[in-house]
Write a protein of this length. Structure first.
Length: 447
């Protein structure tokens, strides 16, 4: 048996204080990029030896999905609908990840250009079902790339998970795994009930940061990126532009609630989303800045009734680990209608890009296929990856990390997990046509 350790070094947070974690100095270690300062800190830190212990196994499902964001929810629903007993693990108190708890409210990207030049909806399947429910509730605005109400989103996802028969576990965090002969035999969770274990047949990594494939020893790239913190403002419909001294202030963009806007934040560039010291620093810095900015708006004539409604419960980590999978999707794939025999879904794009000397707007960008190979690690036989950490080149990051892409990859992974369980197969050896048959029955669009 090989046990992949979670942490073998524990820093003493004492008179030495925290080291500053935002240094841009870095070196490559394998395929990862690690802060030199962070590496040096942990190298010098004192260590402890954790005593061995017996850990209770609380469940042995067919499929374990780690992470309850858009990818994880859709993966769990797809696996359950394919007949697999499924457990979904989420560290916070709600579903939807950055879409809901992170207040990143637009569902990108629902539309794209087909080969005939028609701009059309490409999100179908479970993602389309979720979007449709929010429209019917009046909790979504805009047909293309709709913006939702986060509490309505949490409700819809919760109701769908409950109705599906998926076992839902909140307030727990996957901290370690046990691997035997390149098969994950157990996932260790930390919780208020103590340390517990789940023994699944298939694991789907929907953590966003690739925590499970990292622990499994899979190869990956690392990408530092902007980290921000989104917030919402209330009473934006009470702004009085006739007030003496009025000047227009940035109060964000509309949501389905007419008095509430959401306000995005680019945040600091080139930040490490897996560094606990850096995340803590940014969290504190942004919360203070948001309050002070909101007070500045309130002090501006005409904006006296505007107030800070809430700040996101999720810090806005946009990117970190990216799997080096069986296939790596490229920007060229997304721009040339590349066709894959192992396609598991279609998605669109939301930003303008420069490609082959031309500037291509989202309305002109092609729909693009996602192949099953981009969800597949190279060695672990019962692990699939969905969400923003699946396998793609960094040039595709803006379109690979969005909510719609997470949903499409989640459904593909969930359906594949169900087939692997049914056929008693590794995820690498499944007949792709069987996966595609399941996805077609679940109303997925292949183009």
């Amino acid at each position: 048996m090989r046990r992949r350790a979670f942490i073998s070094t524990v820093p003493l947070i004492s008179g030495a204080g925290f080291f500053p974690a935002s240094s841009s100095s870095a070196e490559n270690i394998g395929s990862r990029t690690v802060s030199v300062q962070q590496q040096e800190y942990f190298r010098k830190a004192p260590t402890i030896t954790e005593p061995s212990r017996e850990i209770p196994v609380i469940a042995s499902p067919d499929v374990l999905v780690v992470g309850g964001g858009p990818a994880g929810v859709v993966a769990a629903l797809a696996a359950s609908r394919s007949g697999a007993s499924t457990v979904l693990v989420e560290r916070y108190n709600h579903l939807g990840g950055l879409w809901t708890g992170g207040l990143v409210l637009p569902l990108l990207s629902t539309h794209a250009c087909d080969k005939d030049g028609n701009f059309r909806q490409v999100i179908h399947g479970i993602g389309g079902e979720i979007a449709g429910k929010l429209v019917s509730m009046g909790m979504s605005v805009h047909e293309v790339n709709p913006v939702i109400d986060p509490e309505a989103g949490k409700y819809v996802l919760e109701a769908m998970i409950k109705e599906s028969g998926v076992t839902m576990l909140y307030h727990c965090w996957a901290s370690n795994i046990i691997v035997e002969s390149d098969i994950i035999t157990a996932v260790i969770l930390e919780s208020k009930s103590g340390r517990v274990a789940i023994r699944p047949r298939v694991v789907i990594d929907c953590t966003g940061d690739g925590d499970i494939f990292h622990l499994a020893g899979e190869q990956y790239d690392f990408m530092k990126y902007n980290i921000g913190l989104v917030h919402r403002l209330g009473n934006v419909d009470r702004i009085d532009s006739s007030k003496p001294g009025y000047r227009k202030m940035d109060t964000g963009k509309e949501t389905p609630i007419k008095s509430v806007n959401w306000v995005n934040m680019d945040g600091e560039k080139d930040q490490d989303g897996t560094d606990l010291f850096n995340l803590s620093r940014l969290q504190q810095q942004y919360r203070l800045a948001i309050w002070e900015r909101s007070e500045k708006i309130r002090s501006t004539p005409g904006h006296e009734e505007v107030f800070l409604l809430d700040t996101a419960s999720h810090l806005g980590v946009r990117m970190s680990r990216i799997l080096q999978g069986r296939y790596t999707l490229t920007l060229r794939d997304s721009m040339t209608y590349t066709s894959f025999s192992d396609v598991i879904g279609i998605i669109g794009a939301w930003i303008t890009v420069n490609y082959n000397g031309d500037r291509i707007s989202p309305q002109k960008r092609p729909m693009w296929q996602i192949p099953y190979g981009s969800l597949l690690p190279k060695k672990t036989g019962n692990l699939l990856v969905a969400g923003r950490c699946f396998s793609f080149e960094k040039a595709l990051v803006e379109d690979a990390r969005i909510i719609g892409t997470c949903m499409v990859t989640g459904q593909g992974a969930g359906a594949a997990a169900g087939v692997a369980v049914r056929d008693n197969s590794t995820v690498q050896d499944i007949d792709i046509e069987k996966i595609q048959d399941v996805l077609k029955k679940q109303n997925v669009y292949f183009g």
